[in-house]
Ligand binder design. Structure first.
Ligand code: PLP
Length: 426
């Protein structure tokens, strides 16, 4: 029961008329605000500008004896692999640093399984129906990769401590057509939750029905804390070792939201045999990676402490934005019982749920009033949010003033759409 569903028709009509007047006034302002994608703000990307000074025409371009300015070393520069390994807590021997986009590495990993198979198994493309589990709400670009190759995306309930593991175990262990699962284990996109130790251990203990099942562990927000109170994620490779398991996880990450999105350093790690397979696949696609960019990165970031110090500067910029989201939503909607939202301690998003049947209407009315949001349904496979409730709030890119204005409009729109829904049921 919300404050609106307990109101009578007459009171709701009066409320709707008042909110519509306010919406008309907003429309007249001709706003043009964007809260759609999880991009760092200009202040954040500016933090990485000194990286551009790390290399000049007189700099040494040799990294631990390896020339960065020529072909060779397809797994990346030694110091770049070590930095990535340190960040993920794995052995550098099992790390490939390549390209500037972790999504690109995920895509290529799916394609390799699709066209050539994993571990000597038949390629997915000739296996008939192949399924991927998609914890929802989740990251639309993950779902787009598997959808593109005709893989069936199966929604899985997302909880406060990670995916519903009873469901994951039932499907992975009982259905050999289930070949993978998309996971963002820390500060998940968009809920911002971090998987509990128990969930990570249950992932590591999975006994898949398919020998070519793999967990796609996208640790995109591994160091993206908003404050000192950070979430801790259990290292999946440590959990695998304890469970006596191997060949189960591909882990991905990048510096896209540490330095420059689309010009960062992307990496993947897996078991020795899985990484050897990926290395062989990548060797057909590219001679060797962007080692000049890697060299600039390692000279700028140096080590994990250097990354953490740099991320603390990002956090200082982001914290006021995330605090503003919480304050505005709490002040505007806190007492009404019409919506819930997450309070993440890191990452790039807040996940918002309005009343059933509201999300599409909210996003459409927001656009009409001049504020772009991520499309409703985007956080579900095939864009189909079964209850039409979920909206991804991306507060990082707009200025504080723009965000403030956009959130005021959001609160107004959520109230109006919720009141209209309640009126339709009154
Ligand atoms: C969960 C997740 N993974 C991957 C990416 C993209 O990373 P990259 O730029 O390294 O491809 C994003 C970007 O928003 C993301 O949210």
């Amino acid at each position: 029961m919300s404050a609106y569903t307990t109101m009578g028709a007459e009171a709701l009509d009066a409320l709707i008329a008042q909110l519509e007047q306010e919406a008309d006034a907003v429309r007249a302002r001709g706003l043009k605000l964007d809260m759609a994608r999880g991009k760092p703000s200009v202040e954040q990307t500016d933090l990485a500008r000194p990286m551009l000074d790390m290399l000049t025409s007189t700099s040494s371009l040799v990294d631990e004896g390896v020339p960065a300015d020529n072909y060779g070393f397809p797994d990346g520069l030694p110091s770049a692999r070590r930095l990535a390994a340190e960040l993920l807590g794995v052995d550098a021997a099992n790390v490939v640093v390549s390209g500037s986009s972790s999504l690109n590495l995920m895509h290529d990993t799916v394609v390799n399984a699709y066209t050539h198979g994993i571990g000597g198994n038949v390629p997915w493309c000739v296996q008939g129906e192949v399924k991927f589990l998609c914890p929802c709400p989740g990251y639309d670009r993950h779902f787009a990769v598997t959808e593109r190759y005709g893989i069936t995306n199966v929604p899985i309930e997302m909880r406060a401590d990670g995916p519903n593991m009873d469901e994951v175990e039932r499907l992975v262990e009982g259905d050999p057509t289930v070949k993978g699962i998309w996971c963002v284990p820390k500060y998940a996109n968009p809920t911002g939750i971090t998987y509990s130790d128990e969930v990570v251990r249950r992932f590591a203990a999975l006994k898949p029905a398919a020998p070519d099942f793999r967990i796609f562990w996208d640790n995109a927000y591994v160091v993206h804390d908003l404050g000192e109170q950070a979430d801790e994620l259990l290292n999946i490779f440590d959990a695998l070792e304890q469970a006596g398991a191997t060949d189960l996880v591909y882990e991905f990450a990048s510096t896209a939201k540490v330095t420059f999105p689309s010009s960062g350093m992307a990496f993947v790690t897996a078991s020795p045999s899985d990484i050897a397979e990926l290395r062989a696949a990548f060797a057909i696609e590219r001679v060797s990676p962007e080692k000049i960019s890697q060299l600039a990165h390692v000279r700028f970031l140096r080590d994990v402490d250097g990354i953490r110090a740099h991320m603390a500067k990002h956090a200082k910029i982001l914290r006021p934005r995330f605090n503003l989201v919480q304050r505005k939503l709490e002040e505007g909607l806190g007492d009404l019982g019409i919506a819930t939202w997450t309070k993440p301690r890191g990452g790039y998003f807040v996940s918002f749920d309005g009343p059933e049947g509201s999300a599409k209407a909210i996003v459409a009315l927001m656009a009409d009033l001049g504020v772009t949001l991520t499309g409703a349904g985007a956080t579900w496979p095939y864009g189909k949010d079964p209850k039409d409730t979920n909206i991804r709030i991306a507060p990082t890119f707009p200025s504080l003033a723009d965000l403030d204005a956009a959130l005021d409009v959001f609160v107004l729109v959520v109230k109006l759409v919720s009141a209209r829904l309640a009126r339709a049921q009154a």
